[in-house]
Ligand binder design. Structure first.
Ligand code: GKR
Ligand code: MG
Length: 418
């Protein structure tokens, strides 16, 4: 069984005006869909970022994978890392930390590794979770991902979720997320308003949802001193505080007397960060993300390293579609170390997807598919439509800062800001 064709298709899907420390989400989010075709109706699926520089690297390596045995992921890795050499494709938004050739190669590897695992599952008739050591849970819990947001994109109609610009708006958004999807924990994307206002929102969430674990993630918008003050001011309210301040040294300073663990998807984001980050005691939780940790098996390795260091594991997400949700769910099912509900942007995609039957979120969790591979099928018409949207939307790179500056020319991305 060999890979005969490799297809990389950029897609775009509507994204609401969600605010963060970098700016605001553009009207379209980009992804790339990878298909590895082995003939005989066997196609493996992967999903990754769709930004132009990343897409160019995916396209550079794609032809080199023809002829590869989908079970030989070591050879897959060798071909990709050799071909990329010192290539680097930094993200403009910086919301997943620094970059470099190692992280870039792992980002490029990821969707192909996932697609190989999907193929392996389809060939052997086993779900991907089985290829990762077998499920330790039948359902993977996800948390509601709350965002401050504008009512709609400027110049467009108000979207289905409406505005959320104060504690009442955030509580209303949370109520709707919990009613609709049954989420059992809540994460607020902060770094948008001065920290006192975000603490108020956390207090309002606590009052409205006394039993729900809460998290706050300002994406490194605060100085060490501000982070310390917020950590002290939210004592007893948060299960973790995520990336309050930039960099390992700053995080380590905050962690020293924070009453809750600090979590990260910004300062420990590549293998080279593990020893310095853990050695400095900078984080108590890593948000694994298979999209930049090199795929599902390497994310499982990351979780094992976290276990060795006594560091907890959660899961990070950016705007994504149903192939990624399926991959995250199989990974989450097979990770004994997953100690927190995973993040997902799924509700913000408003039902748009490239898979025929997206996995539903019920009672705050996704049931692990029983079928072979990832357990989701591509909808070719939807793929074609979303590719057309990509061609038409004019966006080729995620840039939350530049988009926000179109409406607030004085807006600057500053980390830290407060
Ligand atoms: O979607 O705006 C967003 C988030 O801020 C995302 O880009 C972050 O990478 O979800 C992420 C996080 O936890 O930092
Ligand atoms: Mg984060």
């Amino acid at each position: 069984m060999r890979i005969r064709t490799v297809t990389v298709t950029p897609v775009a899907f509507p994204d609401p005006a969600l605010l963060n420390s970098a700016g605001v989400h553009q009207p379209w989010a980009l992804r790339a869909i990878v298909q590895l075709d082995c003939g005989d109706g066997l196609t493996g699926l992967g999903e990754t970022y769709g930004d132009a520089a990343h897409l160019a690297l995916l396209r550079t390596v794609a032809p080199l994978l023809v002829g590869l045995d989908p079970f030989h992921t070591n050879e897959l890795t060798r071909r990709i890392t050799e071909a990329l050499g010192a290539a680097d494709a930094p993200d403009r938004h910086g919301l997943t930390g620094g970059t470099g050739p190692e992280k870039t190669a792992l980002k490029v590897l990821s969707p192909f590794e996932v697609a190989c695992l999907d193929l392996q599952g389809r060939i052997t008739g086993r779900p991907v979770a089985d290829l990762l050591g077998g499920r330790v849970r039948d359902e993977v819990p996800y948390s509601a991902y709350l965002f401050y947001k504008w009512a709609g994109h400027p110049g467009a109609a108000e979207d289905d979720w409406g505005p959320a610009l104060d504690p009442d708006g955030i509580v209303a958004q949370a109520r709707r997320m919990v009613d609709r999807y049954g989420f059992g924990s809540l994460k607020l994307k902060g770094g948008v308003f001065p920290p006192e206002l975000e603490i108020e929102a956390i207090r309002a969430l606590r009052a409205a949802f006394p039993e729900h674990p809460l998290r706050l993630d300002p994406n490194a918008a605060w100085t060490v001193d501000t982070s310390r003050a917020v950590a002290a001011g939210t004592e007893g309210l948060l299960e973790y505080l995520e990336d309050p301040t930039p960099g390992i040294p700053g995080m380590a300073e905050v962690a020293r007397d924070a009453p809750m663990p600090l979590a990260t998807n910004m300062c420990v984001v590549a293998p080279a960060d593990l020893a310095p980050g853990f050695g400095a005691g900078a984080v108590g939780v890593v948000l694994a993300d298979h999209h930049y940790w090199g795929g599902l098996r390497r994310s499982a390795e990351l979780a094992a390293i976290c276990r060795t260091w006594g560091v907890g594991v959660s899961m990070h997400s950016n705007s994504h579609l149903g192939i990624s949700l399926a991959a995250m769910t199989h990974l989450g099912a097979a990770l004994p170390e997953l100690s927190y509900a995973a993040d997902t942007h799924t509700p913000w995609q408003l039902g748009t997807d490239v898979v025929a039957e997206p996995l539903p979120i019920v009672d705050g969790a996704v049931r692990v598919p029983e079928g072979p591979g990832l357990g989701v099928e591509l909808d070719p018409d939807a793929l074609a439509r979303l590719h057309e949207d990509y061609l038409r939307c004019g966006i080729r790179e995620r840039d939350d800062t530049a988009y926000r500056q179109q409406f607030e020319p004085d807006f600057r991305r500053r980390r830290p800001r407060w």
